[in-house]
Design a protein around this ligand. Structure first.
Ligand SMILES: [Zn+2]
Length: 110
């Protein structure tokens, strides 16, 4: 069972990644365990890789079920395997949504 974490922890665990530069086309059809509880067959269109993490790990986004999952790519015999490490629901609670773009008007007066 994949470990489900909150978004903050997920970001921290995937910190230091970069946009995916791996050739992911060889992994089409590889299944991974998702935070939603089911297995998905990886596909570049329905489950895009949004991040590449050092150590052959990638972050897979699944807009259908709303989970993002960190998987490690493992080489088995004749085929690859995705080993799910952590997963998180990719939703920001509206109640806690902040607008981080407004940073300029912060003048401190003493
Ligand atoms: Zn899912």
């Amino acid at each position: 069972m994949v470990n489900i974490v909150n978004m903050e922890e997920f970001y921290q665990s995937t910190f230091g990644g970069r946009p995916c530069q791996l050739d992911m086309s060889i992994y089409v059809g590889v299944t991974y365990e998702c935070g939603c509880g089911s297995e998905h067959s990886w596909d570049p269109y329905s489950t895009p890789v949004i991040r590449e993490i050092p150590g052959m790990k990638v972050v897979i986004d699944n807009p259908q079920c709303g989970y993002v999952t960190l998987v490690k790519i493992k080489l088995g015999f004749f085929k690859y395997k995705f080993e799910s490490i952590i997963s998180s629901i990719n939703k920001i609670d509206n109640k806690t949504t902040k607008t981080p773009k407004k940073k300029k008007k912060k003048k401190r007066r003493k």
